[in-house]
Write a protein that binds this ligand. Structure first.
Ligand code: NCD
Length: 327
């Protein structure tokens, strides 16, 4: 069934969440529900007329305290394609620069009755804190090095469409796991869906508790890629590093950067992924990143819009009417 302009097809949704703060709290059926609906939005986004009416009369505010290209644009497009009013708050020109606290900013926006707040913040836990204070649905668009649920969902959608399933796949998440919210959200989600996850990084870029997340640990990229179906590369998040975690970028690329030579250890049809932004020549070789037969990097961006439409759709359907009764 394909969603049309007036009656997209999640009307019997039983998505039991008010917010989307992480993948840690999502069940297998939650994830499948989001991915199934996303598949429909992928089709819709490939039509000339991409508009649906699910968010008609609703307001989405994008509140980004950290830089973003893909995620912010993708939420904006998703909100607009669903017929909602979308506002992008630019933190650099807001009262936050005058010393207003996160909670005061959130309460001010809340008083304007948005239906969804999409928030990115540099501190782990900040988005959860904000969600506890407002009446509307909150989507975590990345909090510190904690979670980035829509990135993991779009990665899962990309993999499921390419490989047909998630269960039983060997997925290697490689690079700066310590600072990566993308890694954490992917580990929770992929484990829930029955994939086998490995993390591959030098010890300095792995959190000490990492095995407890249910992953296999490798320090050598060739070892970690052996027999793997999916190679997910991560950016070195230098903006979150205090001190030096790698000897030099050159040495990092030599030992831990993905090139054809190291990729040869993976399955011949292994899919290459990267959440972006990429640092070419640091964690990934340009030739590999641009290999149209192996790399799904642009497809991930396309899937991102569809996944965000599905998440917005499921969350607004879940809101009780009239809005804010539970104040
Ligand atoms: C990621 C993020 O912001 O966590 N990017 C993204 O959302 N596409 C990964 C990163 O910044 O390296």
């Amino acid at each position: 069934m394909e969603p049309d302009a007036t009656s997209p097809s999640a009307s019997e949704s039983n998505f039991g969440h008010r917010h989307l703060l992480g993948t840690e709290g999502l069940s297998r059926s939650d994830v499948s529900q989001i991915l199934d609906l996303s598949d429909q939005y992928v089709e819709q986004n490939r039509q000339v007329d991409k508009k649906a009416g699910v968010l008609r009369g609703r307001t989405l505010i994008n509140l980004f305290f950290e830089n973003s290209t893909r995620t912010r644009t993708s939420f904006e497009l998703a909100g607009k394609r669903l017929g909602g009013d979308v506002i992008n708050m630019s933190v650099s020109t807001s009262s936050i620069k005058k010393g207003e606290t996160l909670i005061d900013t959130a309460m001010t926006l809340n008083a304007m009755h948005p239906d969804v707040l999409v928030v990115r913040h540099g501190d782990s836990g900040a988005v959860q804190l904000l969600a506890e204070k407002v009446n509307c649905a909150v989507i975590n668009a990345g909090d510190g090095s904690h979670e980035h649920p829509t990135q993991a969902l779009l990665d899962a959608l990309t993999i499921r469409r390419r490989k047909g399933h998630l269960e039983g796949l060997n997925v290697a998440i490689c690079g700066d796991v310590t600072h990566s919210r993308v890694a954490r959200s992917n580990i929770y989600l992929l484990n829930t869906m029955g994939a086998r996850v490995r993390v591959v990084a030098p010890p300095t870029l792995l959190p000490t508790y990492v095995e407890r997340l249910g992953v296999e640990v490798h320090h050598d990229l060739r070892d970690g890629l052996t027999d793997c179906d999916i190679v997910m590369m991560l950016r070195l998040q230098t903006e979150r590093m205090q001190g030096s975690f790698v000897p030099s970028m050159r040495e990092y690329f030599y030992f831990h950067g993905l090139d054809y030579d190291k990729l040869a250890a993976a399955k011949p049809d292994a899919l290459i992924m990267h959440p972006g932004p990429m640092n070419r020549g640091v964690e990934i070789d340009s030739e590999v990143a641009d290999d149209i037969d192996r790399s799904a990097i642009h497809e991930q961006v396309e899937m991102g819009v569809a996944v965000r439409m599905a998440c917005l759709d499921l969350l607004v359907r879940n809101q009780t009417a009239p809005w804010g009764l539970n104040r």
